[in-house]
Design a protein around this ligand. Structure first.
Ligand code: SAH
Ligand code: SF4
Length: 366
């Protein structure tokens, strides 16, 4: 049976090349072709000798996610639907940088569906179908980069301050940031996610400062992430300030209540200038009061944090949940800011194509 090179870690690929009698620099050439130049076949690998390419074609293969559909939002956000080898589907979302230019954030999936069943999230409605393998996680990035190399993002007019930034980021590729905020709970698929993280950093050249793993609050997973050497950013979907409310919208809170979760965040090692992001989906009448804002301030006291306030995105179904009025969101933000916290209201990108936070469900009706 042929060996799929995308399923191998960097170390395993070196070993494989060794079995073919190849010198170590050939491994680096192949890594470069797979992870940076998005090669789809061994024929693309033009700086490898013809004999080696033939041998690879005989003994190895290169899997590729199949791009089943793509939709573009009026704000420039792109949603990709990929089909996996077993016929399951996942979604990834490419969000152009708000400042303009050709840099962007790719929001990737770590599972098909999600077992956590948060009441406000469409992915949770699917339940968990399966974990993604590391190569299926990475391939979302490779496929998006390949897409961008043929279809550069349409730049919006640049403010003078953004020009320098764009110049800097365009040296690598259009994707500058990776967030594990697509389908699934990444810390419930820890081993494959951490293998994918290693490859993003070692093989694709992404800076660990520009990669964020978001969790609904799997405490042992946060502790494992804290103790390994990957040192990527942590985001925690907090979404409520009392156990009662949090458990009612996020069942995970019954297993890992706020006290344990906040302690794990407090213990999470942060390098200078790094902070934990707390996501807070604001739902009308559930978690949006000024009392909640004050409780949030108390909960996060002493943690280097920034807060993303995300007004609830409609799920286009019969859920009674609604976003708060704009004034309520602003009042909430005001309390946080006056207490010295960084709080940003996240305008939802891609809501018109169901690509916004919580709307991913990998349906074929993209
Ligand atoms: N499972 C991980 C990663 C997915 S991130 C996690 O929950 O953190 C998905 C983000 O979108 C989370 O911060 C979640 O709180 C938010 N979200 C889910 N449903 C939403 C909705 N309907 N409107 C706005 N944000 C939502
Ligand atoms: Fe899963 Fe995150 Fe959605 Fe909750 S918010 S159901 S953890 S993807």
């Amino acid at each position: 049976m042929k060996t799929d090179l995308k399923q191998l870690s960097k170390q395993q690929l070196s070993l494989f090349m060794e079995t073919l009698g190849q010198r170590p620099y050939r491994t680096n050439q192949i890594i470069n072709w797979i992870y940076r130049k998005q090669a789809v076949s061994f024929d693309d690998m033009s700086d490898l000798p013809g004999g080696l390419r033939d041998e690879l074609a005989r003994t190895a293969s290169l899997s590729n996610l199949r791009l089943a559909r793509k939709r573009t939002s009026k704000d420039g956000t792109l949603k990709f639907l990929f089909t996996l080898n077993d016929g399951e589907s996942i979604e990834s979302v490419l969000i152009p940088n708000r400042k303009g230019g050709d840099s962007s954030t790719l929001c990737i999936s770590s599972q098909v569906g999600c077992a956590m069943r948060c009441s406000f999230c469409m992915t949770g409605r699917m339940g968990l179908k399966r974990n993604l393998k590391a190569f299926e996680i990475i391939d979302q990035v490779i496929a998006a980069e390949r897409f961008l190399s043929h279809n550069p993002l349409i730049s919006r007019p640049l403010a003078p301050a953004a020009v320098k930034d764009t110049h800097h980021t365009s040296q690598k590729s259009g994707i500058t940031n990776i967030v594990f905020m697509g389908m699934g709970e990444p810390l419930n698929n820890f081993n494959e996610v951490s293998d994918a993280l290693s490859r993003l950093i070692d093989c694709m050249g992404f800076s660990r400062r520009r990669i964020t793993v978001s969790t609904s609050g799997i405490v042992p997973g946060i502790q494992k992430l804290a103790s390994n050497t990957l040192r990527v950013n942590l985001a925690v979907s907090l979404n409520a300030t009392t156990d009662e409310t949090r458990s009612s919208i996020m069942p995970v809170n019954k297993k890992y209540p706020l006290k344990k979760l906040i302690k794990a965040c407090r213990d999470f090692p942060l390098s200078p200038n790094r902070r934990i992001t707390f996501e807070y989906v604001m739902i009308k009448g559930i978690n949006d009061s000024v009392h909640d804002a004050h409780r949030l301030v108390s909960l996060l006291r002493g943690i280097k944090s920034k807060i993303n306030l995300i007004p609830f995105n409609s799920l286009h179904d019969d859920t009674p949940l609604r976003p708060p009025a704009e004034g309520t969101v602003l009042a909430f933000q005001d309390v946080l800011r006056k207490c010295g916290l960084t709080a940003i209201i996240r305008k939802s990108m891609g809501a018109d194509i169901s690509a916004a936070c919580g709307q991913l469900k990998a349906s074929c009706q993209l």
